[in-house]
Design a protein around this ligand. Structure first.
Ligand code: FMN
Length: 244
């Protein structure tokens, strides 16, 4: 019999054990995304539908996908970044509920991630850390200090996050999911993140790039670098991506 914290987590997040959610108690739904802060300027991205990508056959993309950890110096275009953001977390529709519908599934359409982009080599984008504002499909700058890449690398055990053209980081905005699913949410963050990253693997094929998931990182260090408190917001998953 397994008795560790993992087993305890699975038991305590079983539906009969999670209690009523804030949604079921009639509390108001939190916003669909954090949005830009008043001090942040929205950065336009090319419209994803107008970005020219390779016509990739789905079976071929599934077959070709591999975790790629070495990249050339070739930059991504801003259009390619826009396309990859759309494939992973773009908003196709805001429904009446309201909820967002996106290219990836999400438990209850909660879509509780904020996407951070460490841009190392993107044409027209100064290097640094950005955040994707999904509903208007724009970016905001979060940290353009030249040390940001190294600080993220240190949180990721020195992995190659600065050698990529871009490194994506998906962080949970916890209450967006907890409002509806309570403690069950912590399972759903992990499941949702897998869908997002898989779309990145497949979409990478359409821009002639490769990517690699990163699940090995120091949670506290990573959260601190991104300015997250680790409780209400925390890093769930990351992935590097670059041209071959
Ligand atoms: C949840 C998860 C976490 C991972 N974390 C890392 C990581 O931190 N560093 C890394 O180099 N690869 C990481 N990988 C990539 C795996 O090592 C890779 O998928 C595996 O070796 C199989 O290779 P393939 O993706 O090329 O088929 C991770 C993959 C997954 C699914």
């Amino acid at each position: 019999m397994t008795t560790g914290v993992g087993r305890e987590f699975m038991e305590k997040t079983e539906y009969p054990n999670i209690g009523p959610s804030d949604q079921s108690k009639g509390l108001p739904q939190p916003p669909l995304e954090k949005g830009a802060r008043p001090d942040q300027t929205l950065i336009n991205l090319p419209k994803p539908a107008q970005v020219k990508v390779r016509p990739v056959d789905l079976t071929a993309a599934i077959n070709a996908r591999r975790s790629i950890r070495k990249y050339s110096d070739e930059p991504l275009t801003l259009g390619e970044l826009s396309y990859l953001l759309w494939c992973t977390q773009g908003v196709q529709k805001v429904t009446d509920r309201p909820a967002t519908l996106r290219p990836v599934p999400s438990a209850g359409a909660r879509h509780a991630f904020e996407t951070y982009v460490l841009a190392n080599r993107v044409e027209g984008l100064p290097s640094g850390l950005y955040r994707f504002i999904a509903v208007p499909h724009k970016l905001v700058a979060e940290d353009l200090d030249e040390s940001i890449g190294e600080r993220i690398a240190a949180a990721c055990f020195g992995q190659y996050v600065t050698q990529s053209a871009v490194t994506f980081v998906w962080a949970a905005d916890v209450y967006r999911m907890v409002w509806r699913y309570g403690e069950r949410s912590y399972r759903y963050f992990l499941l949702d993140a897998g869908h997002v990253c898989q779309n990145l693997y497949l979409a990478a094929e359409a821009v002639g790039a490769g990517c690699c998931a990163i699940g090995a990182f120091l949670d506290d260090e990573f959260n601190i670098v991104l300015g997250l408190d680790g409780e209400n917001d925390f890093v769930v998953y990351a992935a590097t991506l670059g041209k071959g």
